[in-house]
Write a protein that binds this ligand. Sequence first.
Ligand code: CO
Length: 154
Amino acid sequence: MAIRNIVQEGDEILRKKSKPVHDFDEKLWELLDDMKDTMVKGDGIGLAAVQVGILRRVVVLDVNNMKLELVNPTIIDQYGEQINQEGCLSCKGKWGYVKRPKEVTVKAQDRYGNEFVITGVDLLARAFCHEIDHLDGVLFVDKIIKDYKEKKKK
Ligand code: CO
């Protein structure tokens, strides 16, 4: 296990689409373990493989004391909406309000290739969306509702 470098906004790799995982082998497990260590060290709640420079559809999450590994995740259902603040380990110092679904159901595979379905609400739903966006080259800063704070003050 090892801490990997987190790619920062401005690096074009963050804008690329990640490829599906086909081999559920030791290389994947090492990537998942390293991503978990890197996320914990960075004090984040989620990390996508592209953020450590690997263009594969792999995500780790640590939300509400629940650690999750998602390989080839896709959103299969979503409901409602929520607006809250977001940040990203690849966009240091940036925060902003982003609109996301209130509830999100994801289909994914575990590190052995077994398929599973999981539903998250609130923060977990937000984290699913944020990390799956990374796999498609999308950053939360693209989706910030810029004037939300100002509107609230009026
Ligand atoms: Co992020």
